[in-house]
Ligand binder design. Structure first.
Ligand code: ZN
Ligand code: ZN
Length: 173
């Protein structure tokens, strides 16, 4: 697989849902994204007292995946956390190669809204891998979201400032 970005369905995440996310990555980043082979999150990443997976442990698992790709983004239906936070929508190396997004708290009966949320959070975490930080612009994909309401409020595109930083980072890819 020669795509620069690989989306990895983790833990039974429906791979078909990742194809529109891949199309979105091409549109927003100008990078071809492929849907990779499904993988299982290692059991060590699971915290039985919390019933959640440690996001950093999932990232460690993803780092050696798809070595030929420039970026690897795991998408899981499992709930993720980091110490000190009740949950995270995702986590990424900043800058780096690996990112993970959780669909767990993005789920809603509205399939279009769910996909839009998934795209926004995938773009947010991918943005981190290109060195972007959090952005105060309300509609920018790099705005930090604490809730799905905040995810719904922002867009899947980058504000002019973040886009300029991204364009520079993409030149170094
Ligand atoms: Zn973030
Ligand atoms: Zn921004």
């Amino acid at each position: 697989m020669n795509a620069p970005v690989v989306l990895v369905p983790l833990d039974g995440m429906d791979a078909r849902l990742l194809h529109p996310v891949a199309a979105n990555v091409l549109e927003v980043f100008g990078l071809v994204a492929a849907v990779g082979d499904p993988a299982e999150i290692p059991v060590e990443a699971f915290d039985p007292t919390r019933g959640q997976y440690r996001a950093a442990a999932v990232l460690s698992f993803l780092k050696p995946c798809c070595p030929e790709a420039k970026r690897v983004v795991g998408v899981t239906a499992a709930d993720l956390f980091e110490p000190g936070l009740n949950f995270v929508f995702g986590l990424a190396e900043r800058p780096g190669r690996a990112a993970v997004v959780s669909a767990h708290r993005l789920l809603t009966r509205d399939g279009r809204r769910f996909l839009a949320r998934l795209m926004k959070e995938a773009n947010h975490e991918l943005g981190h891998t290109f060195g972007l930080g959090h952005c105060p612009e309300p509609t920018c994909a790099m705005r930090f979201s604490n809730s799905v309401v905040e995810v719904d409020e922002k867009g899947r595109f980058f504000c002019p400032r973040c886009r300029a930083l991204l364009v520079e980072a993409l030149k170094r890819l």
